[in-house]
Design a protein around this ligand. Sequence first.
Ligand SMILES: CC(C)(COP(=O)(O)OP(=O)(O)OC[C@H]1O[C@@H](n2cnc3c(N)ncnc32)[C@H](O)[C@@H]1OP(=O)(O)O)[C@@H](O)C(=O)NCCC(=O)NCCS
Length: 372
Amino acid sequence: MAADRGLRGIVAGKSSLSLVDGLEGRLIYRGYDILDLAVHSTFEETVYLMWHERLPKRRELEDFKKALVQERQLSEEQLRLLSTFPKDALPMEVLRTMVSHMALFDPDRGDNSPEANLRKGTRLVATFPAFAGAFHRIRNGEEFLPSSPEMDHAASFLHMLHGKEPTPEAARSLDICLLLHVDHEFNASTFSARVTAATLSDLYSAIVSAIGTLKGPLHGGANENAMRMLRKIGELSKAEDYVVQALGRKERIPGFGHPVYKTMDPRATILKDMSKRVCEGIGEPKWYEMSALIQEIMMREKGLYPNVDFYSATTLYALGIPLDLFSTFFACGRVPGWIGHVMEQYSDNRLIRPLSEYIGSKDLKYVPIDER
Ligand SMILES: CC(C)(COP(=O)(O)OP(=O)(O)OC[C@H]1O[C@@H](n2cnc3c(N)ncnc32)[C@H](O)[C@@H]1OP(=O)(O)O)[C@@H](O)C(=O)NCCC(=O)NCCS
């Protein structure tokens, strides 16, 4: 008997990284509720928690932050390579390529021990925003900006993109956004990372698999598509007609629905408040207002709740993240989760190899080529 299409409801393995409670609308990282972490924690501290299974002491957090700062500087070779890419390359394609390239030069290449993977993981988390920021500036003909060692991860991301120091409010908003994206149990990209790791392939290969999976519009591409839709609608007064007509054509509204949550995604609750604040902050409350109206229409018409991508779209937009970098931003947040899952997979590995239900022919006789 075949499993449900898309493996819905199938428990495909054990994990202690995160719990998605789709009925209660809760997300838990290593025992801590995401609502609590979003108020009290930071991206860096949450990454430490995910990798070490406990919150860091002050000194441990400082050391980890220092290691991230050290690793986020790009080499001359990486910058040269970035400058050779087509200017219209998708940032997710660029990220996928840069991670493959980085694997070839990693000093821990060939070492799959947990210690080496933590070092590689730190390099990956540190360089993702640097790749995004550098490519964005290069494609716009702007000078590359080396990251500033005084800045935390989120602030440095905004600085590398925009060339100016962000306000503390903008940096903290982006920091919370990153933290909210860190993990989500066996989502599609994490699962592909684990499938790759389970062959005992290396961490970089697993991360490349995950990037390729996140790139799709049904996964990490939804936040960009949600913002494109809002821009197409343009005005609050046009939202109702647009959504009702799109649903009439059986189109999917990006940022709604979820395979696990049957209620409000807790990340969407946090991001909704943030979206209101940051959209008002740039003097464009209409993006939030349109989103809130579309949320009501989607509930009325389809009974669907917004997922993480819906309100992250307007939040990222108001923070000045270019639309085609939204999925890359998602990857910057999710990469520590991928790394945590890959290390968990290695720690108790078995090749992931399901069956398929064969629905093709069985008894065809071979026909020579001239007789076909
Ligand atoms: C996330 C997603 C892939 C989950 O899909 P799923 O759990 O497999 O749900 P299904 O594809 O089985 O859809 C169930 C029903 O809800 C509808 N539906 C689901 N998401 C919808 C959406 N965003 N807009 C309109 N209708 C939607 C489907 O059309 C289907 O309706 P039907 O039964 O009348 O055909 C899906 O909700 C989606 O495509 N959302 C938009 C993309 C997105 O936001 N992705 C980010 C996920 S974090």
